[in-house]
Design a protein around this ligand. Structure first.
Ligand code: ZN
Ligand code: ZN
Ligand code: ZN
Length: 301
């Protein structure tokens, strides 16, 4: 919705399965009203779901379950990642193992910065694909992450961070330890500490003038007190919903719903889903303000 602050959503551009992107989602009016109430506009802002799957993806290799054999493209889930796009900045959140496929599918030609949630393999191991976003820039590519995550990246890909890395075709990373608020043009991202197993993990509170506030928590079991405060009353929450059964490091479906309620989120999209969650069936049981995200879903503000 150019010039906007209004809210709309659409499926993958040119997707032959566009019929799955039926309307009825009550967000448009809500956000339009919010914009009318006086938030400053800065132009078009989009959030694109590159991947919405758990660490093994869906379908799971070798699995013959109904979800893994489903013909509904919303049940094909690459590893979780999003792209934020403003008129001046394209910001990737995580670089998982499917980054190449995701970038080709969505026609991504430019990334100006990467934000990392944590250093689990399903969020970092597509690092090498960042080469394609370095060929057309002279400055190094900023990688915003916690000092812990940056250390792991440097251990995993030491050649890229080495001062001897002078090969013109290779990634030139610029490690940027998290600041309390990260400014990427008009996009601001506030790192939020989360509990997610043994590895230090963050989500992000994303703000853009005229757009709803967005919480992005793809891998989470519980929230630090400070993150509860920061996310209280968030407009739109994107949150981990692995499967119906409980899991030691991820939210179950019931836990995801109670976190949405606890934070008082006006709207929510569920992500990082496993093959126990069939898209249409799961969505049919959800309250109206909660939806199941899928690869290629684009939210426009
Ligand atoms: Zn993950
Ligand atoms: Zn399966
Ligand atoms: Zn993880």
């Amino acid at each position: 919705m150019p010039g906007g602050g209004g809210f709309s959503w659409c499926g993958r551009s040119g997707d032959p399965h566009e019929e799955f992107n039926s309307g009825g989602f009550p967000l448009c009016d809500d956000w339009a009203a919010m914009s009318a109430s006086g938030k400053r506009m800065a132009g078009h802002f989009e959030l694109l779901f590159l991947g919405t799957g758990t660490s093994v993806g869906v379908p799971v290799i070798g699995c013959k379950c109904e979800v893994c054999r489903s013909k509904d493209p919303r049940n094909r889930r690459t590893r979780s990642s999003i792209l934020l796009q403003s008129p001046t900045h394209h910001v990737l959140v995580d670089s998982g193992p499917d980054l190449r496929e995701q970038a080709l599918r969505e026609g991504i030609e430019r990334v100006d910065a990467v934000l990392y949630t944590h250093a689990h393999v399903d969020h970092v191991v597509g690092f090498d694909e960042l080469r394609a976003f370095c060929w057309h820039r002279s400055a190094p590519l900023p990688l915003h992450a916690s000092p812990f995550t940056l250390r792991v990246l440097q251990q995993m890909f030491p050649w890229a961070f080495d001062v001897e890395n002078t090969y013109p075709g290779y990634i030139k990373p610029l490690p940027v330890p998290f600041e309390p608020t990260i400014h990427l043009g008009d996009i601001t991202a506030t790192p939020l500490p989360l509990f997610h197993g043994a590895v230090e993990t963050h989500g992000f509170l994303i703000d853009y003038p005229g757009a709803p506030s967005i919480g992005y928590l793809p891998d989470v079991k519980a929230l630090h007190e400070s993150s509860i405060t920061a996310l209280q009353g968030v407009d739109l929450l994107i949150v981990d919903s692995l499967r119906p059964r409980e899991h030691p490091t991820h939210l179950s479906n019931a836990e995801a719903l109670s976190m949405i309620e606890q934070l008082g989120a006006a709207q929510a999209w569920l992500t990082h889903l496993g093959h126990e969650n069939e898209h249409a069936l799961y969505e049919s049981h959800l309250p109206r303000h909660v939806r199941v995200a899928y690869d290629g879903l684009k939210l426009q503000f």
